[in-house]
Design a protein around this ligand. Structure first.
Ligand code: FNR
Length: 359
């Protein structure tokens, strides 16, 4: 993120955040190779627009299992929003609802999921909030979290699969960032069987997580299940066979394994493997409307944004998140117009080429 309104929000966020918390949000795993590659890979791609296909207005809407989006950008699940702003996930939920998009609310939220959904619905009665969870080592805890999400009125579950263990983040280790500040907690994890979690890295990841956990979740709930953190095309096929409603191509924003491809590089093979049976989302490195258009042209139904939302939240609370989503909506609309598109279906793979290799 170098220039433009989103870069300005990032700069402001960096200026106002405690450096320890800024690094927690900004940082990645290991040498942060994948963190950089997620953005750099978009720069290596170019759009090949079509001409003389003008339309007075464009339709940016997309229907997904679990809700309709007015723009093809949703808020990816990120932890602990009250580190960024006192209103935390409440502000994020309001801004997402006002923009007509989905907030994927993390299990590691500093506001309980019931309050997050209520905040979104107070802005827009039909707002959809999805709940992200890690399958827990204790199945009773998983069941309890699912029940909380259902009771809150969430319309889909996002199961994060790329985190059997936590990635090792040097910035956090150097700062000794292990605990939330006094007064903040992972509110969804209160009063669970087995007791509350300890520090920031103790939100119940399970090293033995397996496809059986996904099947159990399938049996526990009738909510649409998205599987997040898929990079290998064979896992995408397995996910479809295990009944998921959709797949999220993601490397966790470069926070888990520092050896994987950029998210957008992993996308085409997953799209091929899924072959239209379920929608595919992408997150990682999306920093502008051009990136959104490229991901959609390569077969994503929509994209998630993580850090840009955190920067908006830190910089200016709900208004900052609204600004991030408004900028992305405006940029996608503009790029679509310049590509000769009327709706998102006009963004097709033939519009994407690699830079430097000719057309
Ligand atoms: C995340 N992400 C994440 N994902 C998830 O499934 N559960 C979680 O609790 C978190 N927490 C989290 C915290 C922070 C600070 C960040 C930056 C990210 C990953 C997130 O959903 C998404 O995959 C990435 O953020 C997308 O990359 P960008 O948009 O940040 O580049």
């Amino acid at each position: 993120m170098s220039t433009g309104p989103l870069a300005e929000l990032h700069d402001k966020a960096r200026a106002v955040l405690d450096p320890v918390h800024y690094d927690y949000y900004a940082g990645g795993v290991g040498d942060e190779v994948v963190l950089g590659e997620n953005e750099a890979a978009f720069r290596r791609l170019a759009l090949l627009p079509r001409v003389l296909r003008g339309a007075p207005t464009r339709d940016l809407g997309v229907d997904l299992p679990g809700g309709h989006l007015d723009l093809p950008v949703l808020v990816a699940p990120t932890a602990f929003h009250r580190l960024a702003h006192p209103e935390g996930e409440l502000a994020t939920a309001r801004a997402a609802a006002a923009a007509g998009t989905v907030l994927v609310s993390g299990v590691a939220s500093t506001v309980a999921i019931g309050d997050v959904v209520a905040a979104a619905r107070a802005v827009r009665a039909e707002a959809s909030v999805w709940f992200q969870l890690y399958p827990q080592p204790d199945q009773d805890v998983t069941a309890c979290l699912v029940e909380r999400a259902e009771r809150a009125g969430c319309t889909a579950l996002v199961v994060t699969a790329d985190s059997p263990v936590f990635g090792r983040h040097r910035r956090d280790a150097e700062h000794g960032f292990h605990d939330l500040p006094a007064g903040l907690a992972a509110e969804n994890m209160r009063d669970l069987p087995g007791g509350p979690p300890g520090g920031v890295r103790d939100i119940g990841m399970s090293p033995s997580v397996s496809w059986r956990d996904l099947d159990r979740l399938r049996e526990l709930t009738s909510l649409p299940l998205w599987l997040k953190g898929v990079l290998h095309p064979r896992d995408a096929v397995l996910a479809v066979e295990h009944g998921v409603a959709g797949v999220v191509v993601s490397n966790h924003g470069g926070r888990q394994l520092d050896l994987v491809p950029a998210a957008v590089e992993a996308l085409p093979a997953v799209v091929d493997a899924v072959a239209g049976r379920v929608p595919v989302l992408l997150d990682g490195g999306v920093r502008g409307g051009g990136d959104v258009a490229v991901a959609l042209a390569l077969g994503a139904a929509a994209v998630g944004v993580g850090r840009p939302v955190l920067w908006g939240l830190a910089a200016d609370g709900e208004a900052g998140v609204s600004r991030v989503l408004a900028v992305l909506r405006d940029e996608v609309d503009h790029v679509l117009a310049l590509c000769g598109g009327r709706d998102l279906a006009d963004l097709t793979p033939d519009l994407v080429v690699s830079r430097g290799t000719g057309v």
